[in-house]
Design a binder for this molecule. Structure first.
Ligand code: PLP
Length: 379
């Protein structure tokens, strides 16, 4: 089955009770049992709910995993999954990891005895140098946020495997339509389902997907024991959004390519970060591990004044945090996603005060370009 068909017919597509084309919202906390000897498949909805199960099956199938788990947010998925590690364990983490993940690792897990070393994961020798005898996991994001840096997943998987280390990949920016880390040998895929997977800026959710059954059992134990599950209403919204992933991604990506090439011609734009551009340092590696460059890019402007004019001047692209919705979103990493990073550290990482991130929605590319152009030219 091709990916487009899997999105529609891959998981549970028809309600067995009524034939409804769509899994109903099972808004219940508990399930009546038949007898003392015969317990049904469901007992209590933290442990299992048919609405959640439908979206969990779908994400597992799309990522090529054996088990999928849905959580109340991307951060709930990430932090619950990190509970597979124990006090004394060490992680090697890409240095431009999502801000919330950085906060959880340095502010919470560190205190519990699970330590992290942050390295430039685009440099495999830096990752190798950071590995210690107690290193149990390598945590990656590619392309990364906000500079769209590309990490060679196959190469780091080979390194991790040779040391008996687990590889975790946050695949939020790509989605399984464009990149399937489990197929490249990674062990755990994580998602903020809030972004492209759900796609309509109307639900907060997250996923973890694994191929290995034993690892799946461990995460299942944590999901039930820790309890940060996705509710039935949000499971319904997440599954509904997921069905249109391919058409949304195709459209947003095609518009992104056009906008990026147009921006390259604008005098106010000094640099563009997008793995689809041939001069992007990770272009070839990205091409070798993903099926497209995606619909998020960032660019640098000639001055802070231009940056302010753009951020405050666009009418179609909303100045907001988040990404991956049907609406285009323009954001400012220095004061949004990376505000917690000290200014000199930001500068060192290349997150300048003139850097803007753009997530392309489903508006016509012409209108988005006109919107940006008008913002550039406001007085
Ligand atoms: C948004 C995001 C998260 C966190 O997900 P929430 O759903 O907001 O909790 C994690 N990783 C990446 C790459 C994100 O963009």
């Amino acid at each position: 089955m091709k990916f487009a068909t899997k999105l529609i017919h891959g998981g549970q597509t028809v309600d067995p009770l009524t034939g409804a084309l769509g899994v109903p919202i099972y808004q219940t906390s508990t399930f009546r049992q038949k007898s003392l000897d015969e317990f049904g498949k469901y007992d209590y909805a933290r442990s299992g709910n048919p609405s959640r199960e439908a979206v969990e099956e779908a994400i597992a199938l799309l990522e090529g995993g054996s088990r999928g788990f849905a959580f109340a947010s991307g951060m709930a998925a990430i932090t619950s999954t990190l509970l597979i590690f124990s006090a004394g364990d060490h992680l090697v983490v890409c240095d431009d990891v999502y801000g919330g993940t950085y906060r959880a690792l340095t502010g919470i897990f560190n205190r519990l005895g699970i330590s992290s070393t942050f390295v430039d994961a685009t440099d495999p020798t830096a990752v190798e140098a950071a590995i210690r005898p107690e290193t149990r996991g390598i945590y990656l994001e590619t392309p990364s946020n906000p500079l769209l840096k590309v990490t060679d997943l196959r190469r780091l998987v080979a390194l991790a495997r040779s040391r008996g280390i687990i590889t975790l990949v946050d695949n939020t920016f790509m989605t399984p339509y464009l990149q399937r880390p489990l197929e490249l040998g990674c062990d755990i895929v994580l998602h903020s389902g809030t972004k492209f997977l759900s796609g309509h800026s109307d639900v907060i959710c997250g996923y973890a997907v694994v191929r290995d059954e034993e690892l799946g059992e461990r995460i299942r134990y944590i999901q039930n024991g820790f309890g940060a599950i996705l509710g039935p209403q949000d499971s319904f919204l997440a599954l509904r959004g997921l069905k249109t992933l391919k058409v949304r991604m195709d459209q947003s990506q095609a518009s992104t390519v056009r906008i990026v090439h147009w921006l390259a011609e604008q005098k106010q734009v000094t640099r563009i970060h997008y793995p689809g551009l041939e001069d992007h340092p990770g272009h070839l590696i990205h091409q070798g591990q993903a099926d497209g460059p995606g619909a998020v890019f960032s660019f640098e402007l000639d001055s802070f004044e231009t940056t302010r004019r753009l951020l405050e001047g666009t009418r179609l692209a909303s100045f907001a945090v988040s990404l991956g919705g049907v609406e285009s979103i323009i954001s400012y990493p220095a004061r949004m996603s990376h505000a917690a990073v000290p200014a000199d550290e930001r500068e060192r990482k290349g997150i300048k005060d003139t850097l803007v991130r753009f997530s392309t929605g489903l508006e016509a590319a012409e209108d988005l370009m006109a919107d940006i152009s008008a913002a550039f030219n406001t007085k």
